[in-house]
Write a protein that binds this ligand. Structure first.
Ligand code: ATP
Ligand code: MG
Length: 473
């Protein structure tokens, strides 16, 4: 590893903060993830500076700083780069102990004057490195053989793994996430310690687990590595037990893998914005592979006069969508993300036929959640097929529908009641009382306009409405 050119990778405003602290006779080091990333030649996400200066002393050196987190030893120093743009830099007083549990702010913080103590409380050896900047050169402080572990590609707890994992249940999730994004191994003793401390990991707040899991999915070249680690350590069961139901659920005619391994393979090839949908698209399959469920589902379809689907595991799209919603709500994902993902999972089995009218194409677009989702849905279908060597899917299928959609898009397209040529007030003008009936009539108009956009004119819609009112009132 070449340390010589590292200095030139560090932004000047960071170097200036370090320099200002040292000029004021304090110690100042780069610490944590940024040192690891610089040594690995990865761009650091942020730069953390550790110092023996106490929060109030840091604030004195940088009068413009913000001391929001002073209680925990962190001061945000506002620096300006050469374009006069402000950058907040976190400067943190050396801490010997912190209590990270429950996903709240640390309950307990202890300051220390020793860098060695600050490094010793950190989670993994590769995260416990410090970098000193002296006479325009960099020097690595490596008290726990972190550089050797970086070379070997190993995630190893600092100190006694068992104690460290029991101290803070989030560390197990962090180990899996880091191993996955860096494509490192979790060292044996650390691995067993994670498994053994499972009950502590079970107490971590769902928000923090969710955040680690998102990072694992989005920052890994192959998220399946991290998901497998979570499974093997036992952590996956704590927050995503549904995924494990797919293990051993084979689908010999259509798939090489069982449901679980197919979902992992699909995540690996999916785009970032599709990772969640890819992970969950078949999650309901194990539950529908059940005679009772099949019978009920078929009866429902027959009652509604619907065609019995050709594909296998019928009903799995609906069941997967239901489970996806349940999981994402439980993990407190944002509403828009849930809506998008559930809709992609729900419609991933779409089946296009040449006979579709323009109206049918428009109904399809509306059903899947609008034009944006249509493109994502196509990409999900491709990822689904790419991750299954037995897939009979041909891209031509999508291409035909894409062409039809482009044609229909070129014409007028109304997918929401807000775009109708009349509104609720107009209906009240026709004597409709305020209440749910207004919405019902507007929905009816929308249906008609999706079938035939030419109807979207004020006079025409008013005339259809009058008929509706006659029927309803
Ligand atoms: P990234 O740069 O990818 O965000 P990171 O390692 O910097 O990863 P942060 O959450 O920013 O992760 O934490 C910064 C540093 O704080 C870590 O490098 C590690 O030294 C320490 N740290 C973070 N979380 C913990 C924890 N739960 N237990 C012990 N040390 C921790
Ligand atoms: Mg960081």
């Amino acid at each position: 590893m070449n340390h010589q050119n590292l200095l030139y990778k560090i932004p000047p405003e960071i170097l200036k903060v370090i320099n200002d602290l040292k000029t004021a006779s304090f110690e100042a080091y780069l610490v944590g993830g940024c040192v690891r990333d610089l040594l690995l030649n990865n761009p650091p996400k942020d730069y953390d500076i550790a110092t023996n200066a106490k929060p109030e002393e840091i604030s004195k050196v940088f009068p413009e700083s913000v001391t929001t987190y002073a209680k925990f030893g962190t001061v945000l120093v506002l620096t300006k780069d050469e374009h006069k743009e402000t950058h907040p830099v976190e400067v943190t007083t050396y801490r010997s102990e912190m209590d990270y549990r429950d996903g709240r702010w640390p309950m307990k913080v202890e300051f220390t004057s020793k860098l060695s103590k600050d490094l010793g409380r950190r989670d993994f050896t590769i995260n416990a490195l410090a970098m000193e900047i002296k006479d325009n050169e960099t020097d690595i402080i490596d008290l726990f053989n972190g550089v050797s572990d970086l070379h070997k590609g190993v995630i190893r707890a600092v100190g006694t793994p068992q104690l460290r994992m029991e101290e803070d249940g989030l560390r197990g999730f962090r180990a899996c996430r880091l191993a996955s994004t860096l494509e490192f191994e979790v060292e044996g003793e650390t691995f067993s310690a994670i498994s053994k401390a499972k009950s502590v990991s079970a107490q971590v707040s769902v928000e923090r687990i969710r955040d680690e899991f998102i990072r694992l999915l989005m920052e890994s070249h192959k998220p399946s590595i991290g998901i497998e680690l979570l499974r093997r350590t036992g952590l996956l069961e704590l927050f995503l037990p549904e995924l494990l139901e797919g293990i051993g659920v084979t689908q010999p005619e259509y798939h090489v893998d069982d449901v679980y391994h197919h979902l992992l393979a699909c995540v690996d090839v999916a785009l970032d914005e599709l990772k969640l949908a890819a992970l969950f698209h078949d999650i309901g399959k194990p539950r529908v592979k059940n005679v009772e469920f099949e019978q009920k589902y078929l009866q429902r379809l027959l009652k509604k006069g619907k065609v019995i689907p050709k594909h296998h595991f019928f009903g799995h799209d609906e069941e997967s969508a239901r489970m996806t919603e349940e999981i994402l709500v439980r993990m407190k994902f944002p509403k828009v993300e849930i809506k998008k993902t559930v809709s992609l999972v729900r419609w991933h089995m779409f089946y296009y036929q040449d006979e579709w009218s323009d109206g049918a194409v428009r109904r399809f677009i509306k059903r899947v959640g609008g034009e944006e989702n249509v493109d994502l849905l196509f990409k999900l279908r491709i990822a689904d097929a790419d991750s299954n060597p037995k897939s009979e899917f041909t891209p031509a299928e999508i291409q035909k529908l894409e062409e039809r959609i482009a044609e229909v898009r070129a014409k007028e397209m109304i997918l929401s009641v807000n775009d109708l040529a009349i509104n609720g007030k107009d209906l009240m003008g026709l004597g409709v009382p305020e209440g749910p009936i207004i919405g019902q009539i507007l929905q009816h108009l929308l249906k008609e306009v999706i079938e035939d956009p030419i109807l979207n004119e004020r006079e025409k819609l008013l005339s259809i409405s009058k008929n509706q009112i006659k029927n309803k009132l």
